[in-house]
Design a protein around this ligand. Sequence first.
Ligand code: NAP
Length: 484
Amino acid sequence: MVSRVIPVEEFDLVIFGGTGDLARRKILPGLFRRFLSGQMPDGARIIGAARSDIDSDGYRQMIREAIAEFGGDEASQTDCIERFLAQLYYIPVDAKGDGGWNELHDLIRFEVINAFYFSVAPSLFGDLAERLHTFNIADDSSRVVVEKPFGRDLATAKALNATLAQHFDEGQIYRIDHYLGKETVQNLMAVRFGNVLFEPLWNNHYVDHIQITVAETVGVGGRGAYYDQSGAMRDMVQNHLMQLLCLIAMEAPSVFDADAVRDEKLKVIRALQAIEPHHIVRGQYGATDSASSYRDDAENPKSHTESFIALRCEIANWRWAGVPFYLRTGKKLKARTSEIAVVFKDLGHSIFPGDEKRHRNILTIQLQPNEGMQLQVTIKEPGPGGMRLIDVPLDMTFADALGPDGDDVPDAYERLIMDVIRGNQTLFMRGDEVEAAWAWTDPLIEGWKARGDVPKVYDQGSAGPENAMTLLGREGRRWREIKE
Ligand code: NAP
């Protein structure tokens, strides 16, 4: 199979925070991979901007080292790295001051696509947006990319949206949730809306329940102090898990375009029911002989912030009424995996004598570590001895199914940045979506605070606290095993 790489138009991409962790670890190595794939035109330029007092050569050296460290296999292509670095520039700019802005204005070519990536703390978004206009750098054709976290509650998200809206139209704003850039996530829409097979079954007549799991093996590491202000609900559920839920549950848009897709996602968020307290389980990882506990990492011995959350929610509409959606995410769990499992109802009656097991079809969509899909089907166990039935997986790991080109799938950041250059907002969150997600999340957080809820301690390397099991167990269901 030959993968088609369609070059984008010429652009100047300014990365505010170009010296930061995200830029060095993800954005620049990702752009280098797009360069290698032939997607970046020769005339495209990437301009790093931050306060650090370095010049373009100093910046190229910084990114040379970043690619060596974070660039994976591609880091060995030294000739190509040098050609890529020749397309990089740097301007020292202070988001809160006037220094550097005139120089930035003089460097930018206004006849090509201009995109401004705000890879800085959200508290600087307003300063950047304002100066981009004061110094006549941005106009109504510019695009701005903003990073998560997009607010920490409804009030802060509204304030951020209002700040950006003073300077940019919604059609210019690209709020990144890198989960949406994953190939499998987009495939969710292709599978649902590009096949006749699934959509007729995609409702409360045939689906028993849906599980969404995002499990990490790492703890909060050096981000403890930051994470403690956030927790799994704000850090993962409000954005990533919610977006996955939307794509699984939304109605078919009439056409695959940005606003049609986002309108449908918004309807799902607005149809989410409030959750009863006993349908939320929060946890914190404990210590082991050799590893610190969550509270140690967070440097807060009394922290009530959750490093794990599991919850059961329902969507109040005709398609999904009565179907539970179980969501869970956590740190220091037994394996690193992200998957969505659509568990179909059993047949209710078996025509095969002696077959007592309740066989179920399960469609599993794996987002990481290996992107792919699996459909559990029931077949006859081979050999004599009558009709004994077994459940087997029909496996479609993309890397296998697509051959060598399957490995060349752009990673989420790469794809999303190229979408910005193309002007395609489909995989970016709209302001009203973000606000609706916070409007659903806020009362849950306020609720457990008001109740004085204390997260349960769970073992590192486990599947989370025991009572996360009962969330499904009391309804006669089971979480899928957390495994890679
Ligand atoms: P970081 O490592 O602290 O980098 C911050 C960047 O902002 C640096 O380049 C810094 O450079 C620049 N900066 C700070 N103050 C500035 C000012 N007044 N004017 C101009 N530039 C300024 O942060 P990060 O981890 O890269 O994160 C950047 C954003 O991405 C944050 O919103 C974060 O929440 C989000 N994010 C990060 C990750 C990640 O994996 N790192 C993941 C998801 C989202 P100077 O000090 O040289 O000015």
